[in-house]
Design a protein around this ligand. Sequence first.
Ligand SMILES: C[S@@+](CC[C@H](N)C(=O)[O-])C[C@H]1O[C@@H](n2cnc3c(N)ncnc32)[C@H](O)[C@@H]1O
Length: 283
Amino acid sequence: MSRVKDAHCVAFLHWALPRLGLRWAGYRKVRRRVCKRVARRLRELGLADVRAYGERLEADPAEWRTLAALCPVAVSRFYRDREVFEGLGAEVLPALARGASRLECWSAGCASGEEPYALALLWHLRLAARFPGVAFRVLGTDVDARLLERARTACYGAGSLSGLPAGWREQAFEPRGRLWCLRGEFRPAVELAQQDLLADLPAREFDLVLCRNLAFTYFDDGGARRALERIASRLRPGGALVIGLHEHLPAPAEGFEPWPGCRAVFRLTCVKNARAAGASLHA
Ligand SMILES: C[S@@+](CC[C@H](N)C(=O)[O-])C[C@H]1O[C@@H](n2cnc3c(N)ncnc32)[C@H](O)[C@@H]1O
């Protein structure tokens, strides 16, 4: 079979996603991507339909890992939600940089590097001259090793870059065939590592964490809460968490308060409660 009917795939995802700790509501709009991958998997297994695939999953627990690997959605682009990046540049990063000698940032679920590189560009092109004594680093993590490979090449199609402020593409990228590749001087600020947000944690603390269009869209309530606790355990007192513009922090989100004037940005204030729930840095 070449395709899975939308209604059948929807019913399948309603059944399967919660068993993977994922939320159907997050997948509603992007389900066709996942359905295509499921259809490909059916062909590989020689199965006739999603009902047969459900039976296969029930008989073979290892197949759940394969299905889990088909589910992540990797859509991203530079400067996604411009308003958020503008708020980071105008308010959040300057507030964090004042009096600091270094700024540590973490982009959790960084896809092909668009988010961490955009953050590095924001710093270098807009803020570094105002804060010459501040060392700036971004860690980008993602569960998908192939996306990180692409991130390491740092070459993108023009569509990925179309949200950048005027002139930044020419300033920071050089054309290579049909792609634009980030110039060498902007790369060292970004480090990339394969990590599952629910299983691994970076070994250091951060002033700023971006976790957008991942945990608070696709994870179920328990997963979203665990992700928030884990992020809180790596956020310095007074540090900022940025989520997707259309996302909400899972309740009770103790210790986080909205950053004044910036949508989708939260400051970690009550360190004690948030950390008590999260993993210890040395665990
Ligand atoms: C929709 S993209 C978001 C990219 C970027 N944060 C943005 O907002 O443009 C979600 C990313 O999260 C990654 N991801 C999914 N599950 C993950 C997990 N458990 N741990 C880390 N990354 C994960 C996916 O591979 C994908 O690259």
